[in-house]
Design a binder for this molecule. Structure first.
Ligand code: APR
Length: 229
């Protein structure tokens, strides 16, 4: 039986595709304060600004491609039962061919109505004020903003609890509850990390690739293939 390889990915894995990370540029995210564009209060204050911001991100997504790190992770499905938990709202893991991706913080290409608990739907165009569901409720991006619940947390915890191998790639671990998933890693699970700047001492030096996602995946892949059984 294939071993379970669980991956927690963050903005760093998409950096080499040309998507900016959140915390590598002085606290500004694509020139905006995070509170203005990624909080329910920000949306109440200036919904058009928030919709425009995500419209821009959604358009950018159509112009970028998965990189080698996304592709090598997809390739590992030949050897492992790969479960990806991503904090990213892009669809680059899926476009690279990964078949098992859980989005903790929502997806750029989905929207839902502003009513709590509403179902997400696919959305590829711009979203504007006046775009509503069939009952006339305004639509909003299907994104988990700061201060909001993370509905997929329980599912993510269950996935992590079953990990034989765990890979952390391209995340600063600054955001909870996502970062708390590390507490669910079983004691006998081997932990690998790929990140050029992360300083936390969470695994041994051999398993810590302080480099970019693509370079780190190139180095890690042959090692993982050796321990697949
Ligand atoms: N390859 C791998 N990692 C990289 C690269 C690269 N080329 N470039 C930067 N990184 C690393 C940085 O060192 C950092 O540790 O990616 C990480 C990016 O961290 P953040 O910008 O904080 O992104 P992330 O951890 O995904 O943020 C979590 O915060 O704003 C919220 O909801 C948003 O999902 C996001 C969450």
């Amino acid at each position: 039986m294939k071993k379970n390889l669980v991956v927690l990915s963050g903005a760093g894995i998409s950096a080499e595709s040309g998507v900016r990370t959140f915390r590598d540029s002085n606290g500004l995210w694509e020139n905006h304060r995070v509170e203005d564009v990624a909080s329910p209060e920000g949306f109440e204050r200036n919904p058009q600004l928030v919709l425009d911001f995500y419209n821009e991100r959604r358009r950018q997504l159509n112009a970028v491609q998965p990189n080698e790190a996304h592709r090598l992770l997809a390739e590992l499905e030949q050897d492992f039962n790969v479960r990806i938990i991503t904090q990213n709202v892009d669809d680059l893991h899926e476009r690279a061919g990964s078949s098992n991706v859980l989005h903790l913080h929502g997806e750029l290409k989905k929207v839902r109505s502003v009513l709590p608990g509403s179902e997400p739907m696919e959305w590829t165009a711009d979203l504007n004020i006046g775009d509503t569901d069939s009952r006339g409720n305004q639509l909003r991006p299907h994104i988990v903003w700061f201060g909001e619940e993370v509905p997929e947390m329980a599912a993510a915890e269950k996935i992590v609890e079953l990990a034989d191998l765990f890979l952390l790639i391209g995340t600063s671990l600054q955001v909870y509850p996502a970062a708390g998933l590390l507490h669910y890693i079983p004691g006998d699970c081997e932990l690998f990390v790929i990140d050029p700047h992360l300083t936390l001492n969470i695994t041994n030096a051999d398993n810590f690739y302080r480099t970019t996602a693509t370079e780190g995946m190139r180095l890690l892949l042959p090692r993982l293939r050796k321990i697949r059984n």
